[in-house]
Design a protein around this ligand. Structure first.
Ligand code: GLU
Length: 563
């Protein structure tokens, strides 16, 4: 909350309430908000009530639009907290030839669950389909049996549902092998491809020397016969490949007569019994054409593939889709390599695909990151071709806009120390479940002589602490040992003593709670009401947001989301 004195602060509370709920607020609601956001005004209840009435009149004199504009100017944080969900992309650049609508696709390999890197392609294509209207295909690219994890078919679908993509239809490439075989035959008939039976070393040497291999100029009829021998399993693995005719003078050797079909017998494919598989460039072109894809948005790492794919389009005389290649995105701090993740899971280093040290979408979900936050963060990055590093801070800021207005507040005391406070009166503290929404009510913490506080707060430098929503405690140090005494409930005195206002728990009701972070576990205790929040994101005051992952007799386990 911004504003210098009570008047400004009270006006902001009234304004925020009016914008959020779409009408002029009641005085009680505004004073409730003010008291919870500004405990220092609690002693001035009469003055606050009078100012609240004035503020409500001021707000009432503004039109609804003026209220929104004023809130945006005076308190952008409060504005964002209310409008985060409705804030959409910050203008993706227009795509050419998209006026009549688009057909786009997201084409992951089912080698593991989706991670934050996949989210960029998935979300950008989705946003364009929504922008221009049209169809959005999910294409499961599973024609490389070495890169297929049978469990990934379901995981990818689940991740897409979680992300909330507007997929209109799904195709799986292993269901379409006969279409690719057919097109391969056509490509050979057009003289655009040939069956190469050279061994790899020989072909490589010829390719480096920009020379044709002997198979290249064999007549179409012979190539068709050899293609038949590939399909009927006469040729074994490694004995024959189909190559597309490109430009042997191309300065990049990787462009020269690259392979488009190969024979593979192991590992077996989990869905089909096949001997001949198309390579990615062929199946991608075949499907982009057959499925009528109009626009392709993919990473710069596919630029060489785009060049290769043009040769295939040209041989068939097909129209090339519109391509956009976005820059590389470095993602630090999490494991993203599917093979490393799989190995770590097998070895027990990670608990599963949703281990919070991994960059998978399911790990983000487990930590309490909302799919809309992922979408907004990715859309903000956009489709620029500059290489960037992914900003976790931006993702967390997006997520905070979403969870902050929703999450109930609770006390979590890490590494607790129990204080006995002689002379302190028994007292019930009533703390707001949400300072911006008094209607949610309060949680009650009954102080009966002892309080658990974070051990890190009890340092020889501190002479006073304030137990939040309760009272002040003096610390006296003797021989390095602190003793504690009741110091009244004046907030001014706490301020003057620079006392930290800290979270605390009555020992009698504290529930053991473990907070799991990417860098390890923090053991502590939390309020009993946290047990009702299973699966929800809460805010542990002064600690950060956390998702309640499990609740049982031994206590609560929560994943740290972000500050
Ligand atoms: N399956 C390819 C990949 O995940 C995508 C192919 C494409 O975008 O053309 O890298």
């Amino acid at each position: 909350m911004t504003g210098d004195g009570p008047k400004e602060a009270i006006f902001l509370c009234a304004l925020q309430n009016a914008v959020k709920h779409g009408g002029v607020p009641q005085a009680g609601a505004v004073t409730g908000m003010v008291m919870s956001a500004h405990p220092e005004f609690r002693a001035r209840a009469k003055e606050v009530t009078a100012l609240a009435k004035e503020a409500i009149d001021d707000v009432a004199s503004l039109s609804p639009d003026e209220r929104v504009k004023k809130l945006q100017i005076l308190a952008p944080d409060l504005y964002n907290a209310i409008f985060a969900k409705h804030e959409h992309r910050k203008g993706l650049p227009e795509l050419e030839c998209a006026d009549q609508g688009v057909v786009m696709r997201f084409a992951p390999n089912p080698s593991g669950p989706l991670h934050i890197g996949h989210a960029r392609a998935a979300v950008l294509n989705d946003a364009y389909v929504k922008q221009y209207g049209g169809r959005y295909l999910l294409r499961i690219e599973d024609t490389d049996p070495k890169r297929v994890d049978p469990d990934a078919y379901d995981m990818v679908r689940e991740d897409i549902v979680w992300l909330g993509l507007g997929i209109t239809e799904t195709v799986t490439q292993s269901d379409r092998l006969s279409l690719y075989y057919d097109l391969c035959k056509q490509l050979i008939e057009r003289g655009g491809a040939y069956v190469c039976t050279c061994n790899n070393e020989r072909f490589r040497a010829l390719k480096q020397a920009k020379c044709a291999c002997p198979c290249r100029d064999e007549p179409v009829a012979k190539n068709l016969k050899l293609w038949g021998l590939m399909l009927d399993r006469t040729f074994k693995e490694g004995e024959a490949t189909v190559r597309v005719k490109t430009d042997l003078d191309n300065p990049d050797p990787a462009m020269r007569d690259f392979p488009v079909f190969r024979i593979l017998d192991s590992p077996p494919h989990p869905k089909v019994s096949a001997h001949v598989y198309p390579l990615m460039n062929f199946s991608v072109v075949a499907d982009d054409h057959l499925l009528g894809i109009t626009h392709v948005i993919r990473g710069k790492d596919h630029i060489a593939n785009t060049r290769r794919q043009r040769y295939i389009y040209d041989h068939f005389g097909w129209k090339v889709p519109v391509y956009r290649h976005y820059g590389r995105m470095g993602i630090e701090g999490v494991v993203l390599s599917t093979s490393q993740m799989r190995l770590g899971i097998q070895e027990g280093t990670y608990t599963g695909w949703d281990d919070i040290r991994l960059g998978t979408l399911r790990a983000l979900a487990r930590r309490g990151i909302s799919p809309d936050a992922v979408k907004n963060a990715v859309l903000a990055i956009g489709i620029g071709d500059t290489d960037i590093s992914f900003s976790w801070d931006n993702l967390y800021a997006e997520n905070k806009k979403i969870v902050d207005p929703i999450a109930n507040r609770y006390f979590f005391v890490p590494d607790p120390l129990t204080l006995t406070i002689p002379g302190a009166p028994d007292h019930n503290a009533h703390a707001m479940l949400h300072p911006g929404d008094p209607a949610r009510g309060t949680r009650t913490l009954e102080f009966k002589g002892t309080a658990m506080v974070p051990r890190s707060e009890i340092t020889p430098e501190s002479v006073m602490i304030r137990l939040k929503d309760l009272f002040n405690v003096n610390l006296t140090w003797e021989g390095g040992v602190p003793s504690f005494s009741y110091a009244g409930d004046s907030l001014e005195k706490a301020r003057a003593a620079k006392a930290h206002i800290i979270q605390w728990l009555p020992e009698e009701c504290a529930v053991p709670c473990t907070l799991l972070t990417q860098s390890g576990e923090i053991t502590g205790a939390c309020e009993p009401m946290v047990k009702n929040e299973l699966g929800h994101v809460v805010q542990f005051e002064r600690v950060g947001f956390a998702k309640i992952d499990s609740v049982n007799e031994s206590g609560v386990r929560a994943y740290f989301t972000h500050k």
